[in-house]
Design a protein. Sequence first.
Length: 299
Amino acid sequence: MAPTSTSQTPFGRVLTAMVTPFTTDGALDLDGAQRLAAHLVDAGNDGLIVNGTTGESPTTSDAEKAQLVRAVVEAVGDRAHVVAGAGTNDTRHSVELARAAEQAGAHGLLAVTPYYSKPPQEGLLRHFTAIADATGLPVMLYDIPGRSGVPIGTETIVRLAEHPRIVANKDAKGDLGRASWAIARSRLAWYSGDDMLNLPLLSVGAVGFVSVVGHLVSPELRSMLEAHLAGDVAKATEIHQKLLPVFTGMFRTQGVITTKAALALQGQPAGPLRLPLVELTAEETEQLKRDLAAGGVQL
């Protein structure tokens, strides 16, 4: 049974976009995924995103995606929301992935803007509606024009919010002005999808985070969130500033690469990357260690 939720926080408040652990030979590591999921929930996550970009979804098969959802739900599904990435740039394929995720036990879906194709806003509207119509699961939109090439326009967000199962948006647009208007007009539950903007987005109405650095600093993210909710702006700002080296260090290169390196340094399940992603160099690893140490992360 899925954890309890409200319309304001349908997937909880602190979620980590989880990496997909692989074995040394590059196969799916389901045992590692379960151990990592348990570790993240123990660290304070209300939810986990699996099969997202940070989960290397472009290089995992449909069968692997379903296996991963089942494994993570089995490990932590009674304690955390398990949200499955189902978005691709092919609407029919996305619908298939959404249905497979529902059958595998996912509590919700993450649907990214179709990438590469650069569809117009009407195409986005029909794409997301088709995914939301395909299952009984709540849907979180994922707006990341830096990867997809196309932003979800505010008017499109407002129209999509009328769908009973489109309940949230993961915002990686990097535009606080547009976010402010979209939050006010759509009333969707808004989640920061850009760790550097976690605190600023809370200030304009976001309810929580879908984080990459949550692999390493979930307790601090929760403390920052709770301080903000309690009206302690000074404490929230202090935590935000303490974490700046972590935010910077984890995105000096592609985030999956640094996350798996950091997890390996901590002895957590991670494993290798699938091409075209590549391991950090020795020099990059030393820089990551310095960045994380500056942010108080123990390795």
